[in-house]
Structures are given as structure tokens and as C-alpha cells.
Design a protein. Structure first.
Lengths: 558, 245
């Protein structure tokens, strides 16, 4: 399957930049995602400083003008979702884990895989380059509603707006290519004996996320092309003066945008499933139920998009349908969370760093979940729509997804990726230094949102109700939380890079886990398995009665 | 509950606040139950020497019901939330109480402007009163608003009224509100609309009928109005100043 000659000498360029090895491509995605994460974090720092100390020069940036503020919030959202959560959760973990966990030597289409990363890198370059063009990077929010986004005269970032669209479109192409690979590989290249119900949950979740992405992204790509035409060729798809309709974009965007939330959620809960079972030494509570509830989530999530548009000028009767479907989607998700909690029952839980992240994921994600009910209920959404309540709500989902589960996954698979152990003490320091400040940032924002703070507003000076000192104190408090959280990321970066050279050498299976990636040396050699494995059982056989070991790897014969 | 954070000044503010409270009570209860279960299990089943793991698949009936029963109760709570949520929505967005006054609201980069009938009480006549940034209304009067945008998408929001509606270019979207408390309240734009988004502030001034009548006389007398309606130029100047900075 592999297109490379295994033993030929490879130059550094060939090995690290032109490789078709799924593990190298995973690392490319991971490091690109981490670099983009640093940019996204810096942008958050800039606008939180502006909100806490309006009009003051932000150290490391300078005075934030209203135009720059719009650019900064737009890019923070776009980068964190499209260039951090997607590449790290789906592409990095998907590429690294799928072939290793299902027991094959590489992806089904290694060269398409390489192309996928190259297009992704190009999209990142286009996006970062858009900061440098005249007018600066796009400043019309990551949702890019026309007519604001369609005309440079309105958004004052004409070049940035088009480059943003091009970058997003390229990024989608990259993930379509990657997703095809994930689905085909997981369905066709599994080790002999691995049935559908023996597939580790994280692989299932990445596959389902790829299916969702493929099914939802088409309308948005069509919409993006029309928007690009509106911008550059002066067509009128979204211009009401010429028979177009700005609402069309909102439907196309959210038809993609809401499933997208679940596209990043699913890999995260897949990672958490692996962590909970390994560190609790427990079989996953109701594997099949989790799988079916995920399918239900996938299907229902295509029917909820207009809950982003209750007050957008759609027919108000539509809101009733979408309110019902939105609360309906809480049914499978609740079931899933309950099953995760139940998995801990009867376990023997080891609180290593990855497990702390996994438990914190469940604890924090539940807050994000329940606050979504306020917004899905159309009555309360009238007031809360486009306030900081929404921001706090989706950060309580997205931060557990894109930060907690990613750190959990990285600290867990780090020995497999790099052949060294991370320092567990530093890992725990980093965990508490991230999890506590995270709550300090967003709990105050629930309150400012409930008090009416509207989004994407660089200064509340003109709004008497929003200028009350108590609200300003809450904004400063949130910014303080962010500063502490950002500071503690240095601990992780130090741990990550220091351990690459100085960490304790990792044996093949340091966590005593069952899945196939732990049967090969750390890090796995090119081609992964010396002898392709055969699978005899499911991935979560921990604590099986009558065995001396409390784990039972998938490839060990009975 | 929301009243603690921001005054309610319209008739439907209370129904939204009550709905918020209902949801907060129900989801708050379930959140606390679930968090306690999570942390209690984490603590109870922490690693202890000599205590082996239990082998549980999750398909045992006596264990699965610990998940199934709460889950069914959650679904019941979903319905308990959904019904009042839809009723509140229906009353605010899908029904029109008898209308006493009509006002046109225009959003544009970056100001709200308003068109109200003058002393003759009829819209689109010569004595219509047009204001920028300030909307004067009478307390305990049901207003119909007709919302339009002149350029991009804006969102007309009066947080104290719990009122929010996007303004779309190319269509007129109508709705209603009935202020029930005298005072001055903020108007926001809650949909990003360009670099002046944060400058798109307005005020709605809820007056007693007497105050409103006095305002009507002043506003419909051009000589008086000339002297005290600076908002248009002032807003413009401040935007230019902000942009230049």
C-alpha cells in the first residue's frame, strides 16, 4: 500500500515534508494546529485586553482600533475552529490513530493524504497572509454574513474578506480529502477479526465526524463560491437590490455550521472514551448504546441549523420546529454523557494527567450542554441571542472539545508518538493552571451576557446599561483569567519540548491499554506492525474475571 | 432571575424572565446531580490496592436503569421546558396584540433612526417626526415596529424590553412591544455591522402620556427641534474620529 521504498535513505525534506507516512502527516497537522493555536490565543489576549481596558494600548499589540478589533475577533473564531480544532482533533489524531488502532500499515490513499496536508498548509498560509494585505484581515465575523461580507465598502477589508473565503474553501478541500481517507481506511483496512463493534470508539467518532463533514460542507462551498463572486465579480446572489437574499447565506452557512460543532465534538468524545476506559480500568458502559446515540446525534444535528437564526428574520413559525429539534438533540447527547459517567462505576481509577483532562472534559462539557438549553428554547433566545451568554455557552463546549480533550489525547498518546514519557507533575500543574482559569474566564461572561452585553463590541462606552462598573469588573476578571490560563500554557510547551529529548523512554504499552497501537514499539516504525495483527476481542476488556492481568489486549489469542 | 442583572421594562420581559428561571431551575438541578455523580464516582472508585475492577458491560438491566431512568426524566424536563418556551415565543413573535401606535425603525451604518407619526397620528404624512438615535414612546402603549435596514444586516435590540430582531436589507420585518416602565433604556445593534458596530447605540425614552405630548409638540416644531437634535451629526463626527484614530 505504501508508496515509499522502506529502507531507502531519505533526506530531511523527503522524510518530514514530503512523506506519505500517516504518522508524519499527523505530526504535520499537529504542529501546524499548535502554531495556529498560538496565534488564536494571542488574538484572544488582544481583544480581552481591549475589553478589560478599553482604549489603552495592549502590550504586544498597541492601540486596538474598531476595525482591528473586528479583525481580531473574526480571526480568533475562524482560526480556533478551522485551523486548530479541525486539524488537531480530526486530522492529527485521525491520521495517527486510525491505521495504528485498526491494525494496518498506512492510510488507504497515502498520496491523497499527503495532498490533504499540503492543501491545508496552503490554506493556513493564505489565512495568515491576509493579515498583511491592504485593509487587514477580514473583519466581518467568522459567520461572514452578507451584505457586510459581500462588499468592501461595508466591511472595509475587501482583500481580507476574499482571502478568508479562499482560505476556508481550501481548508474544506483538505478535510474532504482527509475524510475520504479516514472513512475508506476504517471500513476496508481493519485487521482480520476486527468487527464493527471491535473498533475503538475514537476511530468510530472520527469516521462519523468525517461523514458528517462530507454531508454538510457541500452547501457551504456552493455558498462560498457565490459570496466570492459577489465580492469580486459584483454578482448579486446575496444582494436584495438585485433579487438576491442575504438570508440564503445564513441558511447555507448554518446548515454546515451546526453539524460542524458535532464534527469537532465527536473526535473529542472519542478520545475521552479511550481515556476513561484505560485509566478507570473499565469496559466502556454500553458501547453499542454510545454508538447508536452518536448516529442519532449525527442525523438530528442536520435538522437544527436555524436555531442560530430565530431572530434573523426567518418566518417565526419556523422557530418552533427548530426549537423542538434542538431540544431533541439533547436526548442522545445526555444519554452519552450519562454513559460516560457510568463508565467510572466499579473502576480502579488512576488519576494520571490524561485522566484529569478526561474527567474535566465531562464536568465542563455538561455546563456547556445545559446552558445550550437556554438558547435552544426560542423564548429565552430572543433575549440571549448574540450576547456573551452565547459566547460563554459555546466556549464551555468548544474549550473542553478543542483544549481539554486534545491535551488529554496528547498526554496519553505522547509516548506512542515520540517514544518518551511526559512529566506527569508538570502535566498536572498545567492541567490545574488551565482548568481553573478557564472557569474564571467564562463564568463572569455568563453574567455579563445575562445582563445584556452584546457580542463583537469593542467598547461599551455608549451603552449606559452596559457601562455599569460591576459589568466592567466582570470583564476585567475574565481577562485576568485568560492571562493566567495563557501563562500556564508555557508549562505545557516546556514539558512537550523538553520531554522530546529528556523524557523517560516509553516502553510499548506504558498505560497497559488494550488497543492495537500499544502493541507496536514507541514510536512505531515505518509500516507500523512487524507482523500484521489479528483481533480477537473488543477494545475495552478491562478487569475480565478470571484473568491475572486487568487488561486483555485485542491481539492476544484466547 | 434576569431582573437581577437588567431591569425589565416591557410587558413580555417578565415572561422571558420567568422562562429563564424555569430553565435555570430544571437544568441546574440536573447539572448538579450529574456533577455530583461524576465526582462521587471518581472519588469512590479511585485506585485502591487489592480492590479489583468490576467487569460491567452496561447491558445488565439492574445497572443500565441507573442511566435509563434519569434519562427518561431528562426527556420529561425537556418537554416541560419546551412547552412554555414555545408559548413565550408565540406570544412575542407570532401574535400581535391590538396596536395603538406604529413606528418605523431604520438601521444603517452606524445609527438607528426612527419615523413616527406627528400630531395627526398618521404615518407618511408631512408632519412625521424623524429622529436619529432616540426613540420616544409612551408608557403602557402597544407599539408596532416596522424594521428595515438600509445597508447590511443589523439587529435591533432593546435589552430592557427583552426585544431583539434582525433588520435585513430588502425586507420589512414587523413586531411589537409594550413598554410598562418609565425611563431611558439602551438600544443596541447586536449583529456585527462593520467598524462602527459599537457606536450604533441608541436610546428609547419611555415617557408618561403628558411628557410624550410635550415632546411631540417640541419635536414637531422645527424651530425648537433644530436647536436640540444634534444626534445625527454628533454620531457621525464621533465615528469619523474613531475611524481616523
Amino acid at each position: 500500500m505504501s508508496t515509499q521504498v522502506p529502507h531507502a535513505e531519505q533526506g530531511i525534506f523527503q522524510k518530514y515534508f514530503w512523506s506519505t507516512d500517516h504518522k508524519i502527516i499527523a505530526m504535520q497537522y499537529l504542529f501546524t494546529g499548535m502554531a495556529m493555536g498560538l496565534i488564536g490565543g494571542y488574538l484572544a489576549y488582544v481583544f480581552r485586553m481591549q475589553l478589560a481596558f478599553p482604549g489603552h494600548s495592549v502590550p504586544g499589540f498597541g492601540i486596538v482600533t474598531p476595525g482591528e478589533y473586528n479583525t481580531v475577533v473574526t480571526m480568533h473564531g475562524s482560526i480556533m475552529i478551522f485551523w486548530v480544532a479541525m486539524p488537531v482533533l480530526i486530522a492529527a489524531f485521525g491520521n495517527f490513530l486510525i491505521p495504528l488502532m485498526i491494525g494496518c500499515d498506512d492510510m488507504a490513499f497515502p498520496r491523497i493524504n499527503r495532498l490533504s496536508y499540503q492543501i491545508f498548509l496552503l490554506s493556513a498560509v493564505v489565512l495568515v497572509a491576509s493579515f498583511l494585505v491592504k485593509g487587514g484581515a477580514f473583519g466581518g465575523a467568522w459567520t461572514s454574513y452578507p451584505p457586510l461580507s459581500a462588499s468592501g465598502a461595508y466591511n472595509l477589508t475587501p482583500l481580507g474578506a476574499s482571502l478568508w473565503l479562499v482560505a476556508v474553501a481550501l481548508e474544506f478541500v483538505a478535510f474532504l480529502l482527509g475524510g475520504v481517507n479516514f472513512i475508506v481506511t476504517a471500513m476496508n483496512s481493519r485487521a482480520p477479526g476486527m468487527t464493527m463493534y471491535d473498533i475503538p470508539m475514537v476511530v468510530w467518532m472520527i469516521v462519523l465526524a468525517s461523514i458528517m463533514f462530507m454531508a454538510s460542507v457541500g452547501p457551504l462551498i456552493a455558498g462560498a463560491v457565490m459570496l466570492l463572486f459577489d465580492q469580486t465579480l459584483k454578482t448579486g446572489f446575496y444582494d436584495p437590490a438585485r433579487g438576491g437574499d442575504p438570508l440564503l447565506w445564513q441558511h447555507l452557512f448554518w446548515f454546515f455550521g451546526h453539524p460542524e460543532v458535532y464534527v469537532v465534538l465527536l473526535p473529542a468524545i472519542g478520545i475521552v472514551a479511550e481515556l476513561l476506559t484505560v485509566f478507570a480500568r473499565k469496559k466502556l458502559f454500553g458501547y453499542k448504546t454510545i454508538l447508536y446515540t452518536t448516529w442519532a446525534t449525527v442525523i438530528i444535528s442536520f435538522l437544527v441549523w436555524a436555531h442560530h437564526q430565530f431572530v434573523a428574520g426567518i418566518d417565526p413559525r419556523m422557530a418552533n420546529i427548530f426549537s423542538v429539534t434542538t431540544l431533541l438533540v439533547s436526548v442522545p447527547i445526555t444519554e452519552m454523557v450519562f454513559l460516560y459517567i457510568a463508565t467510572l462505576y466499579g473502576g480502579s481509577i488512576r488519576f494520571h494527567t490524561p485522566m484529569l483532562w478526561a474527567v474535566a472534559f465531562v464536568a465542563e462539557f455538561m455546563i456547556g450542554g445545559v446552558t445550550g438549553i437556554f438558547l435552544g428554547a426560542s423564548g429565552t433566545d430572543i433575549y440571549l441571542h448574540d450576547t456573551y451568554f452565547v459566547i460563554a455557552h459555546f466556549h464551555y463546549t468548544f474549550v473542553p472539545i478543542a483544549i481539554f480533550s486534545v491535551f488529554g489525547g496528547l498526554t496519553y498518546w505522547y509516548p506512542k508518538m515520540f517514544g518518551r514519557m511526559l512529566n506527569d507533575t508538570l502535566g498536572k500543574v498545567h492541567f490545574w493552571g488551565t482548568a481553573i482559569p478557564f472557569n474564571l474566564i467564562f463564568i463572569p461572561l455568563f453574567i455579563t451576557g445575562a445582563a445584556g452585553d452584546q457580542r463583537r463590541t469593542y467598547n461599551y462606552a455608549l451603552f449606559a446599561e452596559q457601562s455599569r462598573p460591576v459589568l466592567q469588573h466582570l470583564r476585567m476578571f475574565a481577562t485576568f483569567g485568560l492571562l493566567v490560563m495563557l501563562l500556564f500554557q508555557l508549562v505545557f510547551l516546556f514539558n512537550f519540548f523538553w520531554s522530546l529529548r529528556h523524557g523517560r523512554r516509553a516502553e510499548a504499552n506504558p498505560w497497559m491499554a488494550n488497543t492495537l497501537e500499544w502493541t507496536v514499539p514507541s514510536p512505531p516504525p515505518h509500516g507500523n506492525f512487524a507482523k500484521l495483527p489479528t483481533v480477537y476481542r473488543g477494545p475495552y476488556e478491562y478487569g475480565v474475571p478470571g484473568r491475572i492481568d486487568d487488561y486483555w489486549p485485542q491481539d492476544v489469542p484466547n | 432571575m434576569l431582573e437581577r442583572y437588567l431591569t425589565g421594562a416591557s410587558t413580555y420581559a417578565h415572561s422571558i424572565d420567568h422562562l429563564f428561571l424555569l430553565i435555570a431551575a430544571l437544568v441546574g438541578f440536573w447539572l448538579i446531580v450529574a456533577e455530583i455523580a461524576l465526582f462521587w464516582l471518581s472519588f469512590k472508585f479511585r485506585r485502591k490496592q487489592g480492590r479489583p475492577t468490576q467487569y460491567v458491560t452496561g447491558e445488565e438491566k439492574h445497572l443500565a436503569r441507573w442511566v435509563t431512568i434519569p434519562h427518561l426524566l431528562v426527556i420529561v424536563c425537556d418537554i416541560v421546558i419546551l412547552v412554555p418556551a414555545l408559548i413565550v415565543w408565540f406570544n412575542i413573535k407570532q401574535t400581535n396584540p391590538p396596536i395603538e401606535q406604529t413606528v418605523r425603525v431604520f438601521g444603517q451604518q452606524w445609527a438607528w433612526s426612527f419615523q413616527q407619526p406627528g400630531p395627526d397620528g398618521i404615518l407618511d404624512t408631512a408632519d412625521d417626526i424623524r429622529t436619529v438615535g432616540e426613540l420616544h414612546v409612551t408608557v403602557n402603549t402597544t407599539y408596532r415596529f416596522e424594521l428595515r435596514s438600509r445597508d447590511v444586516v443589523h439587529s435591533f435590540a432593546v435589552p430592557s424590553f427583552r426585544l431583539k430582531q434582525d433588520a435585513l436589507p430588502g425586507r420589512t420585518i414587523s413586531g411589537w412591544f409594550r413598554p410598562n416602565r418609565v425611563g431611558t433604556y439602551d438600544i443596541q445593534c447586536t449583529q456585527i455591522c462593520g467598524i462602527g458596530h459599537a457606536l450604533m447605540a441608541g436610546r428609547v425614552i419611555v415617557e408618561t402620556p403628558q411628557e410624550h405630548a410635550a415632546w411631540l409638540i417640541r419635536a414637531s416644531n422645527p424651530a425648537l427641534a433644530e436647536r436640540e437634535s444634534p444626534p445625527a451629526s454628533a454620531t457621525g463626527a464621533s465615528i469619523v474620529a474613531e475611524v481616523r484614530r
